[in-house]
Design a protein around this ligand. Structure first.
Ligand code: NDP
Length: 477
């Protein structure tokens, strides 16, 4: 089997490989991927540092052209890359192809941003002096990504980093190296100079830790668990570097008595269970007012009965497997915790067998949950959601905001008054009205509040805030 190597200083290197296993068929090896060492990470950081002076002064047309070529190739290969994504991560083929198209759109967007770099020219408050405000690249960016969006999250960190003239050391999640390798390969062939993007696949505790320990990274952008995020933060403060964290969520979806039941059920089913619930924006707390509670639970349960859990490549599958044995254990442990806490298991809760051995779990719905239960406070990251019954809108809003997290929040209502009030008073970074809490655009800011995020927003033009540093220059006329 071909070994997919790491890309360091423009060379493909590495001999030691690890198998990328398909979670929907654990007998199937998706590919063999090199495992970098801590020394490889140091070499990659040195290469990115050496490449920075030249790349940071490269012409905007060169950057535009490389990002555009990358976007075009990803789009042209959407079916093949989508299939790779579905095989390594487990989301259904339509979702995986959709995510691949999203990655192409992100590269395309930032190809355009290269040509729209701008500053400001202002008069000084002092006579005969001019003031210019410009954005400059910051240096070597460390990019550490999770397994749940194997192509979109790398794209939304790599594309702006390169667009604004930074060089990159990129460590993808060890579970899903395939799409990341493909992105590095495409960028390399698109003409990216040596050392501008370095790919170091391997263990977080080895490769990721070596990145955290390096004094030569000017910034780290991270998406993943709260625990690792805290390590990124502590090490970044020690090394005086910029950092940006996107971590978990415990996203509420409020359903009011006046909601359109079909809209509410579709939104809850989509954001609670699609992508196997493995989205930081998944709705895991369904906060439902008394008047619609029973109808909503009955309709959502009926909907869940019709969802097909199977191989993601099979036509008709709605939900693929959980990503690996560790995540499956976390999900089933939380299902047991929910039952022991007194929540009622209204649907699902069991692992299931399919034609091939994989990590299949039924979509699972709890009712009679309270907001104080662990299943309502801690991120499960699986196809598990809980219904919390509340009296009215005011209680629903208060329960929605009563969480350590604040990434995304939704409301299903036909009341303009309540929708408007919720948009203003939700303590989340993103608010959805009559839409799933998951599913966002690529040209607008993405991010949360409280324990969900730290630092400036990702995506769209707001990405410039993290990937550049502002300079103010004064000139005597
Ligand atoms: P992690 O935080 O462990 O992984 C995220 C990334 O960090 C991976 O690339 C990982 O590498 C890397 N990493 C791990 N340890 C270190 C370290 N010491 N130094 C630097 N980098 C490191 O999350 P998991 O993948 O283990 O998922 C655990 C939980 O996190 C999930 O169950 C879920 O609750 C949450 N999560 C949230 C996500 C979100 O989008 N908000 C996404 C994914 C997970 P490696 O792959 O080798 O572990």
């Amino acid at each position: 089997m071909t070994l997919h190597q790491n890309l360091i200083a423009g060379e493909w290197v590495g001999t030691d490989g690890i198998e990328n296993i398909n979670p929907s068929n654990t007998n199937e090896v998706v590919g063999l991927y090199a495992r970098a060492s801590a020394d490889d990470a140091k070499t990659a950081i040195a290469a990115a540092k050496a490449a920075f002076p030249s790349w940071s002064r490269s012409g905007i047309l060169e950057r535009h052209s490389i990002l555009k070529k990358t976007a075009d190739e990803i789009l042209a290969r959407k079916d093949e890359l989508g299939k790779l994504l579905a095989r390594e991560e487990g989301k259904t083929l339509p979702e995986a192809i959709g995510e691949t198209i999203r990655a192409a759109q992100i590269f395309d967007y930032f190809a355009g941003e290269c040509l729209r770099l701008a500053g400001e020219v202002l008069p000084s408050v002092r006579p005969n002096i001019g003031v210019e405000i410009t954005r400059e690249p910051i240096g070597v960016i460390g990019i550490i990504t999770p397994w749940n969006f194997p192509i979109a999250i790398p794209a939304w960190k790599i594309a702006p980093a390169l667009c604004y003239g930074n060089t990159v050391v990129f460590k993808p999640a060890e579970l899903v190296p395939g799409c990341s390798w493909a992105i590095a390969d495409i960028l390399h062939r698109a003409g990216l100079p040596k050392g501008v993007l370095n790919l170091v696949m391997g263990k977080g505790s080895v490769v990721g830790q070596a990145m955290l320990d390096s004094p030569d990274l000017a910034a780290i952008t991270f998406t993943g668990s709260t625990g690792t995020g805290k390590r990124v933060a502590a090490s970044s403060i020690e090394h005086n570097r910029k950092f940006q964290l996107e971590m978990g969520g415990k996203n509420p979806m409020v359903v009011l008595d006046d909601a359109d039941l079909t809209v509410a059920v579709e939104a809850a089913a989509n954001s609670g269970f699609f992508s196997t619930g493995q989205r930081c924006t998944a709705s895991s707390r369904l906060i439902v007012t008394e008047g619609i509670h029973d109808k909503f639970v009955a309709a959502l349960t009926e909907k869940l009965k019709g969802l097909v859990v199977d191989d993601p490549l099979k036509a008709g599958t709605h939900i693929g497997p959980v990503v690996d044995a560790g995540q499956l254990k976390q999900d089933t442990d939380y299902i047991a915790i929910g039952q022991s806490e007194g929540a009622k298991l209204a649907f699902g809760g069991e692992t299931i067998s399919r034609d091939n051995p994989g990590f299949y779990l039924q979509p699972t719905l709890f009712t009679e949950a309270t907001n104080q239960m662990r299943i309502s406070r801690e991120e499960i990251f699986g196809p598990v959601a809980s219904v919390i019954r509340v009296k009215d809108y005011e209680e629903a809003l208060s329960v929605a905001n009563d969480t350590p997290f604040g990434l995304s929040a939704g409301i299903a209502t036909t009341s303009l008054k309540h929708a408007t009030h919720f948009k203003r008073n939700s303590e989340a970074g993103m608010v959805m009205v009559n839409l799933p809490t998951a599913g966002v655009d690529f040209h607008v800011p993405f991010g949360g509040r409280k324990a969900s995020s730290f630092g400036s927003r990702e995506q769209g033009k707001y990405a410039a805030e993290f990937f550049t540093v502002v300079k103010t220059a004064y000139t005597l006329a």
